[in-house]
Design a protein around this ligand. Structure first.
Ligand SMILES: Nc1nc2c(ncn2[C@@H]2O[C@H](COP(=O)(O)OP(=O)(O)OP(=O)(O)O)[C@@H](O)[C@H]2O)c(=O)[nH]1
Ligand SMILES: [Mg+2]
Ligand SMILES: [Zn+2]
Length: 311
């Protein structure tokens, strides 16, 4: 018997047993792992976003996964205490897009910094979207908020769904990439997606609910194909990923603007809090590093150190 033809596909969602995979031509298939492959541990770790080969079993007319291609990246939830046993939430994410608004609700910088640390901890590039710029009383407020992040090397998009501003530039960076979109409730994530892709009827944040109207209950992240190429990942939130497992001693590396200073402190294991001769503190005191970013660092460090005591 001839070997069945393989199709290359991307895993969009899963129930734990049945997975939805999308072939390069856009056709979607319900696929399962069957028989021997299921026993192999690397297949039991299949995740949304995985790049797979699928084939039809002519005897039963059902599609199954026959192989997984190497992952480019993983957005993972690591075991507390930095132990083994990470769970991949999404594979092959190309970038994290953090959306917040200049008003209604007010930007919550501590939360933005937490999302950025999660991206850095997973070695994923991140960009920021400041939405609702039409609501800014003073346009300078947008620039001063953006400045901290731009100095740290993150691209910042200024958008307004209401005024149709900044949308083309945002669409251009989503094309042909897998983007994990996150941000607090009410900042306009669904509105942005609807404005960027009027043909896309599914609403980010409500996707999982809609998928669940079908036969299977979707668990975890869902990849939404974008018209024109690329995917947006709807996760129950990066909060689900958390910072768990990030060693407190590597938090400073997750603040890109600190990195040039990290070899310069007097003590090699400097935590950049009250140690004498701290190069990071010196720049914060000079105003060369953002005090708000530094404050986030100190808060997150306390949180991670506290968690480490428990393990
Ligand atoms: N003025 C203004 N309002 C906006 C803009 N974008 C979205 N909104 C409004 O903000 C509110 C919340 O928008 P959503 O798109 O539902 O926010 P979301 O981020 O998807 O929220 P969750 O689904 O709860 O996470 C809605 O009333 C939108 O009309 C904007 O650019 N300017
Ligand atoms: Mg929404
Ligand atoms: Zn230091």
């Amino acid at each position: 018997m001839n070997a069945p033809a393989l199709l290359r596909a991307v895993v969009l969602s899963g129930t734990g047993g049945v997975w939805r995979a999308r072939a390069l031509d856009g056709t979607e298939y319900d696929v399962t792992l069957r028989g021997r492959l299921k026993q192999e541990s690397r297949y039991s770790k299949l995740a949304v976003g995985d790049d797979v080969d699928i084939a039809e079993d002519p005897r039963v007319g059902a599609w199954s996964i026959t192989g997984i291609h190497p992952r480019r990246t993983v957005l993972a939830r690591r075991a507390p205490g930095g132990g083994r046993g990470e769970r991949v939430v999404v594979a092959n994410v190309d970038q994290v897009v953090i959306v917040f608004s200049i008003a209604k609700p007010e930007p919550h910088v501590r939360m933005i910094d937490r999302f950025l640390v999660i991206a850095e901890g997973n070695e994923l590039p991140a960009r920021l979207v400041v939405n609702k710029v039409d609501l800014a009383d003073d346009p300078a407020a947008i620039d001063s908020l953006a400045a901290d992040y731009e100095r740290a090397g993150y691209p910042v998009h200024r958008t307004s769904v209401k005024q149709n501003a900044g949308l083309d530039a945002l669409r251009a960076v989503l094309v042909n990439r897998v983007s994990a979109l996150t941000g607090p409730s009410g900042v306009g994530k669904s509105s942005l997606i609807n404005a960027l892709y009027p043909g896309l009827t599914l609403r980010v944040g409500e996707i999982s609910a809609s998928v669940n109207k079908g036969r299977h209950t979707t668990v975890g992240a869902v990849l939404v194909p974008l018209p024109g190429g690329g995917y947006v990942v709807d996760t129950p939130g990066l909060r689900e990923v958390g910072m768990w497992g990030l060693p407190s001693a590597s938090l400073d590396h997750c603040f890109p603007e600190f990195r040039p200073m990290l070899g310069e402190c007097r003590f090699q294991d400097c935590r950049h809090l009250t140690e004498p001769g701290c190069a990071v503190r010196a720049l914060v005191d000079d105003g060369a590093l953002s005090a708000a970013r530094y404050e986030s660092y100190a808060k997150l460090l306390a949180e991670l150190s506290e968690a480490e005591k428990l393990y």
